[in-house]
Design a protein around this ligand. Structure first.
Ligand code: DOR
Ligand code: ZN
Length: 390
């Protein structure tokens, strides 16, 4: 099956150019840099309508709630919402019920994802058994199925556990993702440990200026550390709405924007965290984010004059690099994971329209820019705004 996508502006971390793309067997077979006629045989043509075509977004951080919290979200509803948001690959956290801390449960989720055939799933394993403080997980049996380990949702307060985790990240060659509260002091401790024992560290949802400075210094020393920022911490400050980490001050938010510009922040992660209305009322932290994440990022980028190439780097190339995936760019032999975007669309957020099972989002009524028109995974159209296939 050969598909030709025409009438597009190609935008990725490498630049912006008009072009056409030929897809074959789920991969980008050829990128034509010019407009005009292409003499090639194909089975199907997708007319891009003059819109922007970007590499599929890779979400470094989300919660799909499956198994165990299906009343908040299922893998299916989460992935459909993610596709509507332009995400083609998802790193799903392990704070499910049961917690994903063994190969059996991890493989079940991988199987579920491949049967659903929606987004590509990178299932995170817990770092410690049941997120506890007694035992580390069995890295030997888990590592063949994932290269991402994290107790996200829970901070690793004990130094000896953090040391064991960092050491294992070197021995087993995986990325250790941390959730740090209190943020700056814990990140600083982890950086000290990283300097002492080595390892591959990724700090989740950075929200403070001081944290960013600490990470910048660690990078200057050549340590293997990366970090991400969420759409909500970038978009707003000083809100009461409950999220972990909480909304910070306006100066913190400004610092995050600078951190993107100067390259200290490596990528985005939505921290999509669906909750039922009742759970929110009881104080559960989290925002349902998939469907508006791109528009939130893009709106902030527009307001601050940051280029779209950078946006694509944060959404696709950055996470792909960290995860060791050959993906995240519009390049020959790369997977045909693609998103068609209307960059001029402007409209108001209405969480009631979310297809995610939960609707917990405080930004209803805000005006955002940019809309996902189509999401393609391995050459197959999985979401089409026009035809509303989902
Ligand atoms: O707001 C959050 N919600 N932050 C987290 O770290 C966990 C997440 C959740 O699982 O609900
Ligand atoms: Zn977290």
């Amino acid at each position: 099956m050969k598909t030709l996508i025409t009438n597009i502006e190609i935008i990725d971390a490498a630049g912006r150019r008009p072009g056409k793309i030929l897809i074959e067997d789920g991969k980008i077979k050829k990128v034509y840099k010019e407009k005009g006629l292409v003499r090639v045989e194909f089975d199907e043509e997708i007319d891009g309508g003059g819109y922007a075509l970007l590499p599929g977004f890779i979400d470094m951080h989300c919660h799909l709630r499956d198994p165990g919290f299906e009343y908040k979200e299922t893998m299916e509803t989460g992935m459909k919402a993610a596709l509507k948001g332009g995400f083609t690959s998802l790193v799903a956290m392990a704070n499910t019920k049961p917690i994903i801390d063994n190969p059996g449960d991890l493989k079940k989720n991988r199987m579920k994802a491949s049967e659903l055939d929606l987004c590509q799933l990178i299932q995170v394993s817990a770092l410690t058994r049941n997120f506890g403080e007694d035992d580390m997980v069995d890295f030997d049996s888990l590592r063949p199925f994932t290269n991402v380990f994290s107790n996200d949702g829970v901070s690793i307060l004990r130094e000896d556990i953090m040391i064991k985790g960092l050491e294992a990240s070197t021995v087993y060659d995986f990325i250790l993702l941390t959730h740090c509260q209190p943020e700056t002091s814990l990140v600083k401790r982890d950086i000290e440990l990283l300097e002492k024992v080595g390892g591959h560290l990724h700090v989740c949802h950075i929200s403070k200026k001081d944290t960013l400075e600490a990470i910048g210094l660690a990078k200057d020393k050549g340590l293997d550390i990366t970090c991400e920022v969420t759409p909500h911490h970038l978009f707003a400050s000083a809100m009461e709405y409950k999220v972990n980490p909480p909304f910070r001050t306006y100066p913190d938010r400004r610092a995050l924007i600078e951190g993107i510009k100067d390259g200290v922040i490596d990528m985005f992660g939505t921290d999509h965290a669906p909750h039922s209305e009742e759970d929110k009322k009881k104080g559960a932290p989290g925002i349902d984010n998939f469907e508006i994440a791109f528009s939130m990022y893009y709106t902030v980028f527009e307001q601050n004059g940051i280029k779209l190439e950078k946006l694509s780097e944060m959404l696709s190339e950055g996470p792909a690099k960290r995860l060791g995936l050959k993906a995240g760019l519009i390049k020959e032999r790369y997977p045909a994971d693609l998103v068609l975007v209307d960059l001029n669309w402007e409209g108001k957020i209405n969480p009631k329209e979310f297809i995610s099972k939960s609707k917990n989002n405080p930004f209803g009524g805000e005006t955002l820019k940019g809309k996902i028109l189509m999401t393609i995974v391995k050459g197959n159209v999985k979401y089409d705004d026009y035809r509303s296939t989902i």
